[in-house]
Design a protein around this ligand. Structure first.
Ligand code: C5P
Length: 210
């Protein structure tokens, strides 16, 4: 298969030297890419700003910075793929205007007005063909299951991988993750805390069963 994977954070520029970002390391997305490549699949890895390297003859890596750039790269490449795994922590909002010069400390306060970004997974879901699969991630702090199920339906995902912020040593920056998979078919699969490479294998196993 040819699999598109989004990974890492996005940076939304405020001025030439500042941005709004998040703590995503990209490790889960890169682990997924590595696992897919090891199993003989082709991968298009669309990565936000991360400090990770990966090389393989069947890997095409596209580095992006902002949510808008990630959106454009996904919309261009998704139609050529058998499916996609949306692992990136995409900014939901971006500054309405980007200052062309460094913002000075002149006033008592500073207001930055934000506008929504594209929901990349939902946009891909809208153009998804019946023979394409889509997998997403959810990171929730409350009502985890209800929110995850809602996202799965809204973004037209075949399954969603929930990782909870309540789990120690799971998520951002760690090499381990603890996931629950909710499938569109109604199935729920709970896994123990594992290295991200093994989590990636569990996810790929479920993709290959679709
Ligand atoms: O709605 P929420 O951001 O929690 O959904 C998470 C899922 O949607 C992840 O799979 C993430 O990669 C994807 N997403 C996206 N574009 C956005 C926001 C989230 O592709 N702007």
């Amino acid at each position: 298969m040819k699999i598109l994977i989004t990974a890492g954070p996005t940076y939304e520029r405020i001025d030439p030297v500042r941005f709004i970002g998040n703590y995503s390391s990209g490790k889960m997305g890169f682990a997924l890419a590595e696992t897919c490549l090891a199993k003989g699949h082709e991968v298009i890895l669309i990565a936000g700003p991360v400090k990770l390297t990966l090389s393989h003859p069947n890997l095409k890596r596209i580095d992006v910075e902002s949510a808008q750039q990630m959106y454009e790269a996904v919309m261009e490449n998704f139609p050529t793929c058998n499916g996609a795994i949306f692992c990136a922590a995409v900014a939901d909002f971006t500054p309405e205007t980007v200052a062309t010069t460094k913002i000075k400390r002149e006033k008592d306060d500073l207001v930055i007005r934000l506008k929504p970004t594209h929901d990349i997974a939902a946009a891909a879901g809208a153009i998804k063909q019946d023979n394409q699969f889509m997998v997403g991630f959810a990171l929730e702090t409350n009502e985890e299951e209800a929110h995850a199920l809602d996202k799965m339906r809204r973004k037209r995902l075949d399954f969603i991988v929930l990782n909870s912020l309540n789990d120690k040593e799971a998520c951002f920056g760690y090499d381990t993750n603890k996931i629950t998979i909710y499938k569109a078919s109604g199935e729920k699969l709970e896994y123990p805390l594992k290295p991200k490479v093994e989590v990636a294998q569990d996810i790929l196993t479920q993709i290959e069963m679709l």
